[in-house]
Design a protein around this ligand. Structure first.
Ligand SMILES: [Zn+2]
Length: 114
């Protein structure tokens, strides 16, 4: 079975977070992944400021990579584009910058009092 590169990417990120925890004293066991990841991202924002890099641009680029990686992983666990039972649409990508809508947004309200 072909290993899942996205699982590998998650392991690389987790290794980095463990080093971050060791340096800062936060803990994934006690503080939870959401807190640790948020703290790490905030620190990346400070690093981006210091290095005069746009964190927002980095986030947008990272989101693009993420969506590409999630929709085109060729392992046997992730849904494949040709798999009709598990079609991949942008709406089925759960992570990334913003949850993607599975249905189009409702039309704007019509004029009031008409
Ligand atoms: Zn995969």
């Amino acid at each position: 079975m072909k290993p899942c590169m996205n699982q590998r990417r998650a392991e690389w990120a987790e290794k980095s977070l463990k080093l971050f925890c060791k340096e800062t004293g936060v803990s994934m066991e006690h503080d939870g992944y959401e807190t640790v990841i948020s703290d790490f991202l905030a620190n990346l924002m400070h690093l981006a400021d210091r290095e005069k890099v746009s964190f927002a641009e980095c986030s947008i680029r990272a989101d693009g990579h993420y969506v590409e990686e999630v929709t085109h992983c060729d392992c046997e666990e992730c849904p494949q584009p040709e798999d009709q039972e598990r079609p991949i649409s942008e709406g089925s990508v759960k992570g990334g910058l913003n949850p993607r809508p599975t249905t189009p947004p409702p039309p704007p309200p019509k004029g009031q009092g008409a």
